[in-house]
Design a protein around this ligand. Structure first.
Ligand SMILES: Cc1cc2nc3c(=O)[nH]c(=O)nc-3n(C[C@H](O)[C@H](O)[C@H](O)COP(=O)(O)OP(=O)(O)OC[C@H]3O[C@@H](n4cnc5c(N)ncnc54)[C@H](O)[C@@H]3O)c2cc1C
Length: 295
């Protein structure tokens, strides 16, 4: 199928893009932002999305690039996933985000797909929302009334729905540099490498005097929105990371999940079981890394 006919606009500054979006919204036009097109173009081709106008952000230089800023790593929304993957800053200072990026789709898709596009798309099977919850990331959005910072916990609302307003543009995502001594892991199960995950888990934790502290866990691919696995976190914090405790924490995390989704490839129970297994593996890997990073 081909997409419906649409007009195509290419503003060259953020101010121009925000003004265009605001004007077209006020005129009642169905307008969509185009970033890397790796999700939007298939949606157009399938006519799931039928916008009258596309505003392509590709010429807006100020939306690209990575930088370190007062203990944070800031990534411009139009930075490609490939640039993030190749960044030494991200690989060495925020290895969880680096590992998550390598799990997203295939290299050709990461070449075109933007970092910001994945956040704005809000797919609960995507790796980034889980990492954003675990790392307490922040999103910066700009609209006609100015800019605002949205914490990850308030950003992902439900299936492919974020708290971005229709007249706002996501301009950057921000993540704290990973403190020394933090253990981390991300693991997922997909039918083929590069497919969206049927289920996945991301974890960070610290070891202090032989016990786990500040454990943060999130699951993706299981519910309409990415979820924190608070029951698993509570079962681990304050306890030594012996195998039985890790298994108990993983089981608690899986048991507390609201009814996981069922699809043609995975039943609800199968997804719950995947989360238990992936959580246990992630916790063991994170504990091992926490020991190594503290040494
Ligand atoms: C075969 C295949 C496998 C994939 N596997 C994975 C995977 O394993 N994990 C994963 O996470 N993703 C996966 N994806 C999706 C891919 O990562 C997309 O790149 C990503 O979802 C969207 O980024 P994009 O830059 O291409 O955005 P686009 O497709 O251009 O836009 C996506 C949506 O976000 C909106 N948007 C984009 N940028 C902004 C912005 N700055 N401000 C406001 N709104 C904006 C658009 O309007 C649109 O609604 C896969 C895609 C394909 C085709």
């Amino acid at each position: 199928m081909k997409s419906v006919a649409f007009d195509y606009l290419t503003p060259s500054t953020l101010g121009e893009a925000v003004a265009l979006l605001e004007r077209l919204e006020n005129e009642g036009k169905d307008t969509k932002i185009l970033a890397g097109g790796q999700s939007l173009m298939p949606m157009l081709a399938m006519r799931v999305a039928r916008p009258e106008i596309l505003i392509d952000l590709k010429d807006i230089a100020e939306l690209r690039g990575l930088r370190e800023e007062k203990g944070w790593i800031v990534i411009g929304a139009m930075t490609s996933k490939r640039e993030a993957e190749d960044s030494d800053l991200i690989r060495t200072r925020q290895p969880l985000f680096h590992a998550a990026t390598q799990l997203v789709a295939h290299l050709t898709i990461r070449n075109r797909g933007s970092v910001g596009g994945s956040f704005a798309h809000g797919d609960p099977a995507s790796e980034y929302p889980a990492v954003a919850l675990v790392l307490d990331m922040e999103m910066k959005a700009v609209g006609p009334t100015g800019e605002r910072i949205i914490p990850a916990a308030d950003f992902f609302v439900t299936y492919m729905t974020t708290s971005l307003e229709s007249n706002e543009i996501l301009t950057e995502v921000r993540m704290p540099i990973m403190p020394a001594g933090t253990g981390w892991a991300i693991q997922e199960f997909a039918r083929r490498r590069g497919d969206l995950a049927l289920a996945g888990v991301a974890v960070t934790l610290r070891l202090q005097n032989g016990v786990c502290q500040d454990t943060r866990m999130a699951a993706f691919g299981v519910n309409p929105a990415t979820v924190r696995l608070s029951a698993g976190e509570a079962a681990l914090n304050g306890h030594p990371p012996d195998p039985a405790t890790l298994a108990r924490a993983a089981a608690a995390a899986a048991a507390a999940l609201e009814e996981p989704m069922t699809c043609a490839h995975a039943s609800s129970e199968y997804r719950r079981d995947l989360i238990k297994t992936l959580a246990e593996r992630c916790l063991a890997q994170a504990v091992e890394r926490a020991g190594r990073r503290a040494a």
